[in-house]
Write a protein that binds this ligand. Structure first.
Ligand code: NAD
Ligand code: UDP
Length: 345
């Protein structure tokens, strides 16, 4: 199948590109490189031995996007492009609505124009808001606590409206839990610019000696060791989930939401201990007060993904840490140049 990946040069998109290419699909990467860099293309080639098409453009350039869909006879789109830093979204809501919501409208116009009706969307477990029960299944009430989350929620609703308007659409919103880790080669992975906000890249840089110590945000949560619990999922498992969703969509017109998580929660201290095993070094950390807006625990009921897609996560926390460490060692920091507003955590 010819598949266009908006945001395909980014962290998750690049891993999905690898799995798609290896499964025999043709891949068109469409990315403005505002949070990724051109060398990712060569790395994808190095891993797969195949050369995806790359178009450097913004998803809001509807005409360029329409031309790309036509020219490459695209049959399905995976939509990763967007800004994703929660804190930044509070400071710059207009940029977030413009990029994420307006960008998606532009994509949908281009798809409508060209008759491309299959879409896999990068959703997020953030749409569940404060968990009312655990594990989180897809029927859990939806809410948003910040502009980033609201863009994800608005887009989901928009996509649902679209499927109601025309039954030819096939749309699946994959609600990711906490994607971490890297491709086994260590050639592609998550490389945030500046000081990471997220736990795994922060830990990797502490282990590498680039940051002094980890701040553990709170140890007084109602969790087994008092630190926050999350459902970390290996990015390669996540990528395989996308390929399963693409095949499944061929038989399923309509709109769907499906969790991609492991169903297993791990605490911050679990993550620290596992990373120490993976890297063989000490990881200095300090307990500090809770981070505003954090929930105590968040993990998926991944049952629907198994029932519908026949997919389940297979890689464990040690593989997540080991691959992140390998990527950290191969890449170090400073790979990415800073060239756009809306940089990430
Ligand atoms: P990323 O920033 O690494 O990748 C996003 C890519 O989109 C980047 O390469 C960026 O250059 C590109 N991009 C952004 N705006 C664009 C635009 N207007 N036009 C063209 N390209 C544009 O992020 P990621 O971690 O790979 O996330 C991918 C998607 O998954 C995002 O939509 C994100 O909200 C969602 N998501 C991510 C996580 C996570 O923890 N990484 C969790 C839940 C959901
Ligand atoms: N966390 C932490 N120190 C950090 C970054 C994160 O203790 O420097 C904790 C955070 O409080 C949460 C967990 O690690 O309990 C995962 O945080 P992350 O930002 O990676 O993901 P999210 O909060 O979006 O689930």
């Amino acid at each position: 199948m010819n598949v266009l990946l908006t945001g395909g040069m980014g962290y998750i998109g690049s891993h999905v590109a690898v799995v798609l290419l290896q499964a025999g699909h043709r891949v068109i990467l469409y990315d403005n490189l505002c949070n990724s860099e051109a060398s990712v293309l060569a790395r994808i080639e190095q891993i797969t031995g195949k050369t995806p098409t790359f178009i450097q453009a913004d998803i809001r350039a509807t005409k360029t996007l329409t031309d790309a869909l036509k020219q490459h006879a695209v049959e399905a789109v995976m939509h990763f492009a967007g800004l994703k830093a929660v804190g930044e979204s509070v400071e710059k809501p207009i940029e977030y609505y413009a990029n994420n919501v307006e960008g998606t409208v532009s994509l949908l116009e281009a798809m409508r124009e060209t008759g491309v009706r299959s879409l896999v969307f990068s959703g997020s477990a953030t749409v569940y808001g404060e968990p009312q029960y655990l594990p989180l299944d897809e029927a859990h009430p939806l809410s948003a606590t910040n502009p980033y989350g609201r863009t994800k929620l608005h887009i989901e609703e928009m996509l649902r409206d679209l499927s109601v308007s025309n039954p030819l659409w096939r749309i699946v919103c994959l609600r990711y839990f906490n994607p971490v880790g890297a491709h086994e080669s260590g050639l592609i992975g998550e490389n945030p610019v500046g000081i990471p906000n997220n736990l795994m890249p922060y830990i990797a840089r502490v282990a590498a000696g680039e940051l002094k110590e980890l701040s553990v945000f709170g140890n007084d949560y109602p969790t087994p060791d008092g630190t926050g619990v999350r459902d970390y999922i290996h990015v390669m498992d996540l990528a395989e989930g996308h390929v399963a969703a693409l095949a499944w969509l061929a038989e399923h017109p309509g709109w769907y939401a499906i969790n991609l998580g492991t169903g297993q929660g791990y605490s911050v201290l679990d993550m620290v201990a596992t990373f120490v095993r993976a890297c063989g070094r000490d990881l200095p950390y300090r307990i500090v007060p809770r981070r505003a807006g954090d929930v105590a625990a968040c993990y998926a009921d991944p049952g629907k993904a198994l029932r519908e897609l026949g997919w389940r996560a297979r890689r464990d926390l040690l593989e997540m840490c080991a691959s992140a460490w390998k990527f950290q060692n191969r890449t170090g920091t400073g790979l990415l140049g800073s060239d756009c507003e809306g940089r990430l955590s």
